[in-house]
Design a protein around this ligand. Sequence first.
Ligand code: GRG
Length: 296
Amino acid sequence: MEFKKYLTEQCALVEQAMARYMLPEEGPLANHIKAMRYSLFAGGKRIRPILALAAAEAVHAPTEHLLPVACALECIHTYSLIHDDLPAMDDDDLRRGKPTCHVVFGEAEAILAGDGLLSFAFELMTHPDVRQGISPVAQLQMINIIAKGIGPVGMVGGQSLDLAAEGQAITFDHLRLIHGYKTGALITASVQAGAIFGKADDKQFAALSRYGVQIGLAFQIVDDLLDVEGTTEDLGKTAGADAQRNKATYPAFFGVAKTKVMAKEAVDEAVNALKIFDAKAEPLRDLARYIYERNK
Ligand code: GRG
């Protein structure tokens, strides 16, 4: 119950910050900004920003000046969803319970809305507010880690591998590689960004990185499971889409029961990685359990 309250409060904090930092829908660019805002404010669990804030909290850092970076992580995540849903990629018409960006604004504007959100994320990460909580060197290090996590040897590379693997017989090792890049890299980078902002020492940074890798893995395994067991209504996106596209997934390799065990193992390993931290890391531990138990 206490964690549920924490999650609601952190989600509200992120929503308020996004409302504060996001461009207003006015002037000659109103339609472009409207498309960005449409997908950004369509709901979403806000897991990546909340993870960044919780990682900073775990090393006893005040998080107020991390908020622009938290918002940037959500902008990046939203851009990836908009582009993932495009006809040239997964061609989905439902996301976060609403028609996808390209259905509402057209394909070209949806591409630009994604590009706009990605670029705006870099404005947010270099926002003057962030500099009040971090040295310029650490800020650069944080931006570098996020850029790597979302780039060619991260999320974008993972998406490329994922598309190439569609309909192909791939090995489990290759599936793990895809998941690690496509989903895990941004989640890990979110945790690491919070750690750097919070001035984590080397040992703390290594532990938080191990945590990030494991929850990234758990997140994607559960996503695979929800595609099989969840409903379109709960998920806000089309259930059963992986099977329809003949995608390799954990349940396709191992069946549902074993996949659940594997997700739980990843969560346990994530929690285990946090044993050097005190009670301030409790939200991170709870977030790992939440990732396993979520139904959307
Ligand atoms: C197009 C560059 C590019 C990358 C796409 C994120 C991604 C890579 C594709 C999305 C496809 C997908 C379903 C991936 C599985 C994991 C995932 C990112 C799920 C959606 O994230 P949630 O559950 O969504 O955090 P909300 O809506 O809650 O933010």
